[in-house]
Design a protein around this ligand. Sequence first.
Ligand code: PLP
Length: 368
Amino acid sequence: MIYMDHASTSPLRKQARQAMEQTFDLFGNPSSPHSAGMEANAALQDARKRIADALGCFPDELIFTSGGTEADHLALYGVTPDGERDTLIVSAFEHPALLQAANGCPLTDRRLPVQASGIVSPGTVRRNVNERTCLVSVMHANNELGTVQPIREIGAFCRRAGVLFHTDAVQTVGHLPICLREEPIDLLSLSAHKFGGPKGVGALYCRRGVSLSPLFRGGRQERMRRAGTESLLLAAGMAAALEASLQESATQNKAIASLRDELEARLCALGGIPNGSAERLPGFLSIRFPDTDAQALLHALDLYGVCISASAACHASSDEPSHALLAVGLTEREARQTVRITLGAENTPEEVAFLAERIQWIQKTNKT
Ligand code: PLP
């Protein structure tokens, strides 16, 4: 199998597997005041500290969640309106986890337009924030195009305007370095399975001083911001995966980007048209082939053992064209012709050549 769908999920790293194996026997409830509980709690706090160190924040600023979806919901629903400030603004090409949360949230005021390049400009944010805005949410990198957003500029503007800033960094954490104490970010979502950790765990970073009410109530876990017994196993896997992923990306990002560029050049030679001209995450390629149905291409490639995506994994069972591609100005038809190929460190030039050759073959057989 040639796996080129890392934005959907990534293979479990051996460091994460080992860390989880080591915690299998720590069965105590981290909240229990006896020795079994305290042992589990010590391991949980160790995982929290390692994640905080990797992200440049304080351990008590991290709230463990079941993944990116929950972190996004907690950010939007947990923020408490402050006096006159009682509305929130999100970008139009957020992941459905955030967009659907916003759709159901009574505070949501408007969706920010996205440029054809795949960027939400700070100017757009400036023009849309008003005296009633309490929160702006713009993702760090888009999960379909890979385009990296100017979150430092957007966050700095929000801070000056007295508005909270949330970013869904599910696609960037572990892949791009970040030091949260130096960034004008109040809330940030992450998810372990996007950087080689286990599925079903993530976190919301919530800057000290930002008040957040819980989505789930009950126990006093996570400083009363997320009730429910924490999964030590998953937290340990997430911490080990994050450290390994950051280490790897520091040395591999250039090579991954040049492999992506090689793939892009090969596919453009076959008539492919890339989407999103702005700076992208190293492994990302969103490209459309006129006269080709992306779903059909995806299934044909799967028969050759190549896994890519026709759009985000969460859309895969839907007939709707991707809202993110429509937001950057593609027509419905163009969106349906778009595939997303996301490379990881284990992909090779031979695999890239094989993929291009198979696409060429599929195109030829479809014409005859
Ligand atoms: N946000 C973004 C940008 C994503 O890409 C994803 C997953 O694809 C999510 C949120 C949801 O994360 P999870 O699968 O951990 O719930």
